[in-house]
Design a protein around this ligand. Structure first.
Ligand SMILES: [Zn+2]
Ligand SMILES: [Zn+2]
Length: 354
């Protein structure tokens, strides 16, 4: 019998240079660790930034790195002392979703309740930490959350972007019957839309330039605005008697959409910025934000949102898999990234089946 000691990993070498590599399989789990057989990985907008530019924000890829941070898997092997995210013992064979963030738990930010701002944080797939686009992975057991049968393998991977959307909604402080504008009907925008609806927001406007994405937003109860075909700001102002919305949420690539979001927001309103700009610059006219006295919140990762994400997905209150437009096998990940970046073929969310 031959024992396979290597595995497939999808590694980024530089801008738009993604390769299917054979790499050594990770060894047995150390104390508090889990060896995971990865089952599904979501392709995220931040992965696309890293893929396109070889960096995200000011973090550059300095040597080949395995991408992927939205993932689920099956526990292949586990250390005897390993507890999951709910402080329960983990068993071999358990299906889990993995929080890619590994805050230290001891720094000032962690202890003051902001683990998403931990400066000693490790994050799967963010240089220099390896990501999940591979057959196997070692992760800390406390980042693993068992998923019920109602959530399939793709769904387990999608709990991460849902968690991001939950954190953004937490920052939005939506009150029942608040009007909300969401800029961007990508995966995060569509989850934010569903959560805003659950929070009692009404009406909800969603702008995007792709009609197929707007069709999904409309199906989830939003008023769609094609920002390529009309002035999105004007459309929102007209629909709100010139006032603007109580809350605007920017979930696009944060270029001119940030300014648009500010212009859509009412006096004293709230603006939550979730999108990440390719240029690493924020474009916002000072007087727009100042004269309205806007409260602006920058959304950064999430805070222990997996238990809520699992609950919402399990009960069906959030349509977790409804945003998935494509599945690709692991070996075809480079083609999946190219398709996603080109916004071809009505792409919304791509899931890589490992
Ligand atoms: Zn992501
Ligand atoms: Zn910390």
């Amino acid at each position: 019998m031959t024992i396979q000691n290597d595995m497939t990993a999808i590694r980024l070498y530089g801008p738009e240079d993604l390769r299917v590599d054979r790499v050594p399989r990770p060894g047995p789990p150390g104390s508090g660790e889990v060896l995971l057989r990865v089952t599904a990985v979501g392709v995220c907008g931040s992965d696309l930034h890293t893929y396109q530019d070889g960096r995200i924000g000011d973090t550059s890829v300095l040597q080949p790195i395995t991408l992927g941070h939205e993932f689920g898997g099956v526990v292949e092997a586990v250390a005897a002392d390993a507890l999951d995210g709910n402080f329960q013992p983990l068993l071999t064979g358990t299906r889990v979703a993995v929080d890619p963030a590994q805050p230290c738990g001891r720094c000032a930010m962690c202890e003051q309740g902001h683990p998403n701002l931990c400066h000693r944080l490790h994050f799967c797939g963010l240089f220099p930490d390896e990501g999940s686009l591979s057959n196997y992975m070692l992760v800390p057991s406390h980042t693993c959350f068992p998923v019920p049968d109602a959530i399939d393998d793709a769904g387990a991977a999608l709990l991460e972007p849902l968690g991001i959307a939950i954190h953004a909604i937490d920052l939005a402080h939506i009150r029942v019957a608040n009007s909300v504008a969401i800029l961007g009907a990508g995966p995060i925008g569509l989850y934010i839309l569903q959560l805003a609806k659950l929070s009692g927001a009404d009406p909800i406007f969603v702008s995007d330039k792709f009609d197929w994405r707007l069709a999904k937003a409309e199906a989830y109860g939003a008023i769609p605005i094609n920002c390529d075909q009309m002035d999105a700001v004007q459309a929102v102002l007209e629909a709100t008697a010139g006032q603007g919305v109580d809350v605007a949420m920017e979930a696009a690539w944060a270029d001119h959409s940030v300014q648009q979001a500010a212009e859509m927001t009412r006096l004293g309103g709230r603006l939550v910025l979730v999108g990440i700009p390719g240029s690493d610059n924020l474009h916002l006219k000072h007087s727009t934000a100042r004269r309205k006295g806007l409260t602006i919140r920058m959304s950064r990762r999430m805070k222990h949102t997996y238990p809520r994400a699992i609950k919402l997905a399990q009960s069906g209150k959030v349509d977790l898999n409804g945003i998935v437009s494509h599945h690709f096998p692991l070996e075809q990940t480079p083609a999946a990234f190219a398709l996603n970046l080109a916004y071809r073929d009505d792409v919304v969310k791509i899931v890589i089946d490992v």
